[in-house]
Each structure stands twice: as C-alpha cells, then as structure tokens.
Design a protein around this ligand. Structure first.
Ligand SMILES: Cc1cc2nc3c(=O)[nH]c(=O)nc-3n(C[C@H](O)[C@H](O)[C@H](O)COP(=O)(O)OP(=O)(O)OC[C@H]3O[C@@H](n4cnc5c(N)ncnc54)[C@H](O)[C@@H]3O)c2cc1C
Length: 395
C-alpha cells in the first residue's frame, strides 16, 4: 500500500518544461515541489512562435524583440528574405523568461527550492525519494508519488533513473551574446533573424544571428566531433559585420534532436523537454515543445494521482507524438537531406525563395500545425521540390 508522501510530485528543473509542469500541477490542487539549481542562464537563441505566446499566456513585457523577417544565406552568399507576414516571432531573454515562469509556478502554489538534484531511489511502498542540496547546506530528502525530470539535455534524473542508454542523439550548439549595434549598421536589422546555411559555418546544421534588443545571439550548431565552434562563430560574426561588437557571454549546450523511445520508468518517473530529447530537428526549436511537454506532464500526473495506475505515464509521450511526431519526422528527414553538402544547401535556400514555401514554413512554425487551409499549396510545393531534386541530380 502507498503511504503518504511529502509531495504528490517533485519536478526537477525550472526551465520552460519544469516550470510549466509545476504551475499546472499546482493549479490542479496537487502538492508540488519545484527544484532548480539556478546560477546559469540557459544558452538559447530565445526565438518563440506566436502559438506559445497564446497557449501559455506570456505577457508582452517578456519579449526582448519582435522579429518581422528572416534572411536565409546560401553557401554562395545569395540571400533570400522571408517576411513573417502579419505576425512576428518573439524573442525572449532566457534569464528573465525562466525566472518569470518559475515565479508563476510559485504564485500558483508550487513550493520552490533553489537546489541541485543529487539522487533518487525507489521506496518499498512504490513511492520515490528525491535528494537535493541547497548551497552550503547538507542534503535533504523528500518523498513523492512522482518525479518529473525536466533538468535539460544533460539530465541527472535521466542518468540516475534511466541509465546511460537513455541519452538521446544531439548536436552541440554554441553561441556568443554580443552587444547589438546602435543606430544603422550595415547588414544588421534588429527586427530580422539571419540563418546561415554554409558548410564553412556549420557542416551539418546552421548558423544564426538572432537580435534580442540590446543584445544579439550569434551561434552555430554541429554534431561533428572536433568541430571548432569558436572559429565558426568568428567567421559568422565577420560575415554578419558584427565582429567588432562587444562580446558579453560565450556559452553552449547540447541540443537533443530525437525524442527518447521511453519517457517513463513504468513506476513513478517521467522525463520531459530536453531531458526527453524533445527538440525539433532541422530548426533546433525546443522552448514551445518543452512547455507543451510540461502541460502534458501535468495532465499525466493528474491521471496517475487519481488512479494510482502507473500505466498513465506512457500516455505523455503518446499524446506528444500524436500531435507532433509527424512534423518531427519530416524535419528529421529535411535535416538529413538538405544539410549535407553546400550543393544541397544552395538548393534549399533557393527553394525558400518560393512564396508557397515561405507561407507553409511560417504558418507551420507559428501555429505548430500542418497548414490545411490551402491543400493546393502543398501540391505546388511538392512538384517544385521534385523539380529542384531532379535539377540537382543532373547538375
Ligand atoms: C545555443 C542554443 C540555442 C537555442 N535556441 C533556441 C531558440 O531560439 N528557440 C527555441 O525554441 N529553442 C532553442 N534552443 C533549445 C531550447 O533552449 C531548449 O529546447 C529548451 O530550453 C528546453 O527546455 P527545458 O525546460 O526542457 O530544459 P532547460 O531549459 O535546459 O531547463 C533545465 C533546467 O533544469 C535545471 N537543472 C539542470 N540540472 C539540474 C539539477 N541537477 N538540479 C536542479 N536543477 C537542474 C537548470 O537550471 C534549468 O533551469 C536552443 C538551445 C541552445 C543550446
């Protein structure tokens, strides 16, 4: 028989996934402890889609910038501009954004500990005990019916409870935060993101320039072992005309690119967000998906707490993949195909010149749905794609 626990749920990690899960579990009336080690701003480009702002009730003051267009840069230097249309892409500063999300969880009723998770063990009655340390204090242990691991790509919860085999494949992403130019600056527009598809900048992913108001994130991703991220970022900064800007921070983190096959241990542990490998291939977008995981995890926790049936846990991955598995598969295919050589990258950027392609890209980014309003646009894109592939084969 299960005995009473200190908390219904302990959430480890107060980033977008964990803070959302904790807020929504507290809103359901369950007792929840949110643990975050704090002290490090998550390295992140901070780009978020319209759907996130609406679905998760994000106040406008958290936006450091509103991006109106993107420019794709091909290996030849050819540039393709893509206006966002009526909307905009939001840019958040992860320091204030994550703090705000954690505060919302606290205001909704979650208990909070600025502490580092150090271990977990199963108890004889089917519950789980979680140990953590606060600065300069001895370890504390609490018991819970469920632990949610939302502690990012290097998840300690995953390591402790799921073993090393659970690690998802990833690219490494590195960026430099620089002071944004003031006034007019050649090649820089504070309302435009630039995306570089050039093998010299990234042999298997892409490089980016994402303005955030006073600061700008300039970075690259790659899974190639021994890749020189700093040298690539230097090239990127030169190409963008931002090499002389003051550097404020240099940092990086793994970016998982495939959801794990299992997010739960069949008993009382669930992984979400980066810890579960949930980042979109091709784009590396993870904030929206992390927050959605947090919301789904809260529903899953409610089912588990209500019924005591641990099979409910498997529903979290199922629900997520039902909604987004297909788009992740398409994006995975695109990354594997288009990011392989400069010849393909050149073609990929050329494809983005097409109005139908641009509309499909923005609508699916902003709404997180396959666009169904204009089926003919899909057909046109399909045939144009085919034309590009055939031309590439004969070049
Ligand atoms: C360079 C870079 C650029 C990116 N750019 C974008 C972008 O522009 N747009 C986008 O959507 N996504 C982007 N991503 C991906 C995005 O940052 C992640 O997918 C997202 O942050 C995942 O959220 P999360 O809550 O799962 O994990 P995280 O944001 O990593 O949060 C994990 C939390 O757990 C805490 N934690 C870790 N270990 C412990 C521990 N042992 N004990 C207690 N707490 C712990 C950390 O303090 C942190 O707050 C980028 C990633 C990188 C690396």
């Amino acid at each position: 028989m299960q005995r009473a626990t200190d908390f219904d749920v302990v959430v480890v990690g107060g980033g977008p996934a964990g803070a959302t899960a904790a807020a929504e579990i507290a809103a359901q009336g369950a007792s929840v402890l949110l643990i975050d080690r704090e002290g490090r701003i998550k390295p992140c480009g901070g780009a978020i889609p319209a759907r996130l702002l609406a679905d998760f009730d994000i106040p406008p003051h958290l936006l450091a910038a509103r991006i109106a267009s993107a420019e794709m840069v091909a290996p030849s230097g050819a540039r393709v501009g893509m206006g966002v249309g009526n909307g905009f892409v939001g840019m958040v500063d992860r320091d204030s954004f994550d703090r705000w999300l954690r505060q919302r969880a606290i205001d909704t009723g979650a208990r909070y500990a600025a502490a580092t998770f150090v271990g977990a063990s199963q108890t004889a009655d089917g519950n789980i005990s979680i140990s953590f340390t606060r600065e300069r204090m001895s370890a504390e242990t609490v018991s819970a019916r469920l632990v949610i691991g939302a502690d990012g790509s290097n998840s300690a919860v995953r390591r402790v409870l799921f073993g090393k085999a659970g690690k998802p494949p990833y690219v490494f992403a590195y960026h430099e935060i620089v002071r944004s130019p003031t006034g007019t600056h050649p090649g820089f527009d504070p309302r435009r993101c630039d995306v570089y598809y050039q093998g010299r900048i990234s042999p298997d992913f892409y490089g980016w320039v994402f303005p955030h108001g006073d600061t700008t994130s300039i970075g690259v991703g790659s899974a190639v072992k021994g890749f020189d991220f700093k040298a690539a970022t230097k090239l990127l900064r030169e190409a963008a005309g931002l090499d002389a800007q003051e550097t404020i921070r240099e940092e990086g983190a793994p970016l998982p690119l495939k959801p794990l096959k299992r997010w739960d241990n069949g008993r009382n542990a669930l992984l979400i967000g980066d810890a579960a490998g949930v980042v979109a291939p091709s784009s590396g977008e993870g904030i929206y998906y992390a927050m959605l995981c947090g919301r789904i995890a809260a529903r899953t926790a409610r089912d588990l707490l209500r019924t005591g049936d641990a099979r409910a846990l498997a529903g979290a991955r199922r629900e997520f993949m039902r909604a987004h598995g297909r788009i992740f598969m398409v994006l995975g295919f695109m990354q594997g195909f288009w990011y392989r050589s400069d010849k393909r990258r050149e073609r990929f950027v050329a494809i983005c010149r097409d109005r139908d392609v641009q509309r499909l890209i923005w609508e699916s980014y902003q709404t997180k749905q396959f666009v169904r309003s204009d089926p003919m646009a899909h057909v046109r894109v399909f045939f144009k794609d085919l034309g590009h592939l055939v031309r590439m084969a004969f070049q």
